[in-house]
Design a protein around this ligand. Structure first.
Ligand SMILES: [Zn+2]
Length: 509
């Protein structure tokens, strides 16, 4: 058989599993076979179309777990400069999905959105199709003839929208407004964890004036009732208070906030923050109940961070000052330049990016011990050894609600670790007392509570070194940056972008 005929035969063999009554599990090496044929110049448009059609059929049957398995294989295999998924299947899938999604049950749409997002298979066009569908269902809620909307799924539906890195590109006007209008039922009846999720989505999707007029005021009675019974919220109380207190109304001067807000939300939240700062400052991992108790208490807040509205007062409370303006300007320029090269759909988009500069010397002989005029660092759990200085700078895998993230490679800790590495022989308790200098860190996410603890521990370790830290947020900046400045640039086609070098090892956010 001539080679061309052989390749044609191979291509037609790849149609076989797609023609079965129901799509099987992805055969081992399937995506690799597609890639290999494509490399040899075989035209695969028809095959890509069929794969997309088979996946769309799975969605219409509600078999989203199967879709996920196929996606993983198609994403982890490269052809040329992109994943097999991006070589033609993603675009076809988007076209097919437009036609079928209307007839699909809401739980399937929500689950598909989660899978696309978690496996990073969502591309800006494809994502828009899914979010538009969610929006039209929420808008049509209660309208005769509109597709049924299950109100119990509202928190989950909004949660996937909230986590989208394409907010600026695909933000469907009115989604959060419509959701807030039909949220009464969920706010009243949702289990505590879903209540926290829903409020978290609202405070992230709505600006403070909208938050107060669409969520707080219309649902005053329900919110008061749920907060009055703190026992019922149990260990989710901090998460619920966090979302409300970050929705706005921090200062008494903010107009339009109801008078009950301070007593019911702000004061109890402030009490939680005092509990947190006491844990970080007084107990720490070295005293009190030891490491295990410290980690348990920190994770018990079920929060990643204290939120944009509160990070500054909390940092001050911990004695962490902001770096000088000149450093902030340099850091910001450097950060923005780097973010511009990040693709919003890439694994790097969700990671924090930081900039740090430091200068440490010995107070005995004035010798320079460690110095950097400025370096960029992404948070990289994989490249930081779990055990390195685990006792000195103890991190806790904190996260919002049931999601936890490894925090030992966060920007702030990664910077402090590289300093400790430099110090070498001065790392002994006696040597450390004679180290002086400054460490400045600027990071484009809100510093997490694990890192706040690490910064405090570092200061305890090197008491004569001044550690200053700031986040790329107001009031340090005059205003919020555009969405793409925090999460990378949304591009219609991921070919030849930072998404291109696909590797299963990079796929772990
Ligand atoms: Zn952190």
């Amino acid at each position: 058989m001539p080679p061309e005929a052989l390749l044609g035969f191979a291509a037609s063999a790849l149609h076989a599993p797609l023609r079965l009554e129901s799509l099987p599990q992805p055969p081992a090496g399937y995506a690799e076979a597609l890639a290999s044929l494509s490399r040899r110049g075989v035209r695969l448009e028809g095959l890509f179309q069929d794969v997309a059609a088979a996946l769309a059929l799975c969605v219409s049957r509600g078999e989203t777990a199967l879709v996920e398995r196929w996606l993983r294989q198609l994403l982890y295999t490269r052809v040329g400069t992109c994943a097999v998924w991006d070589a033609g299947i993603a675009q076809e899938f988007e076209a097919q999905l437009k036609d079928i999604l209307q007839g699909v049950a809401l739980p399937v749409v929500v689950s598909l959105a989660k899978i696309l997002q978690d496996s990073r298979a969502h591309r800006v066009g494809l994502w828009r199709v899914v979010v538009d569908e969610l929006r039209s269902r929420i808008l049509g809620f209660g309208t005769l003839g509109a597709p049924c909307f299950d109100r119990d799924l509202l928190p989950q539906a909004l949660d996937v929208v909230r986590r989208s890195p394409f907010r600026a590109a695909t933000w469907p006007q009115g989604l959060a407004f419509a959701a807030a209008q039909c949220a009464g039922h969920s706010l009243e009846t949702a289990p505590s964890v879903e209540l926290a999720r829903l409020l978290h989505a609202f405070h992230r999707l709505l600006a403070p004036p909208q938050f107060v007029s669409l969520v707080v005021r219309p649902h005053t009675r329900v919110l008061q009732a749920r907060l009055a019974d703190a026992n019922q919220l149990g260990d989710l109380l901090p998460a619920v208070l966090h979302s409300l207190a970050n929705g706005g109304g921090r200062s008494a001067a903010e107009a339009r906030w109801p008078t009950w807000w301070r007593g019911v939300v702000i004061r109890p939240w402030a009490a939680q923050l005092r509990r947190l700062t006491a844990l970080l400052l007084d107990a720490g991992p070295v005293r009190g109940g030891g490491r295990a108790a410290y980690l348990r208490s920190l994770r018990g807040f079920r929060l990643s961070d204290v939120g944009e509205q509160w990070i500054l007062p909390v940092s001050r409370g911990l004695g962490l000052r902001a770096p000088p303006g000149r450093f902030v300007r340099t850091a910001l320029r450097s950060l923005l330049r780097r973010r511009r090269r990040v693709d919003a759909a890439s694994p790097w988009a969700q990671r924090a990016l930081g900039f740090a500069a430091w200068s440490l010397r010995s107070s005995v002989d004035g010798r320079a011990l460690s110095r950097s005029d400025g370096q960029l660092t992404f948070s990289v759990a994989k490249e930081v050894g779990l055990e390195e200085h685990a006792a000195d700078l103890l991190s806790a895998d904190v996260g919002f609600l049931d999601k936890t993230y490894r925090r030992h490679g966060d920007v702030e800790r990664a910077v402090l670790l590289s300093i400790l590495r430099d110090l070498g022989e001065h790392a002994g308790a006696e040597g450390r007392r004679h180290v002086t200098g400054n460490v400045d860190i600027f990071v484009d996410r809100v510093t997490c509570i694990s890192c706040l603890g690490v910064l405090v521990q570092f200061r305890r370790l090197l008491p004569r070194v001044c550690v200053r830290v700031a986040c790329a947020l107001p009031p340090l900046l005059s205003r919020h940056l555009g969405y793409s400045r925090y999460f990378g640039v949304a591009r219609a086609s991921p070919r030849d972008t930072s998404l291109a070098p696909v590797s299963a090892f990079e796929w772990d956010p």
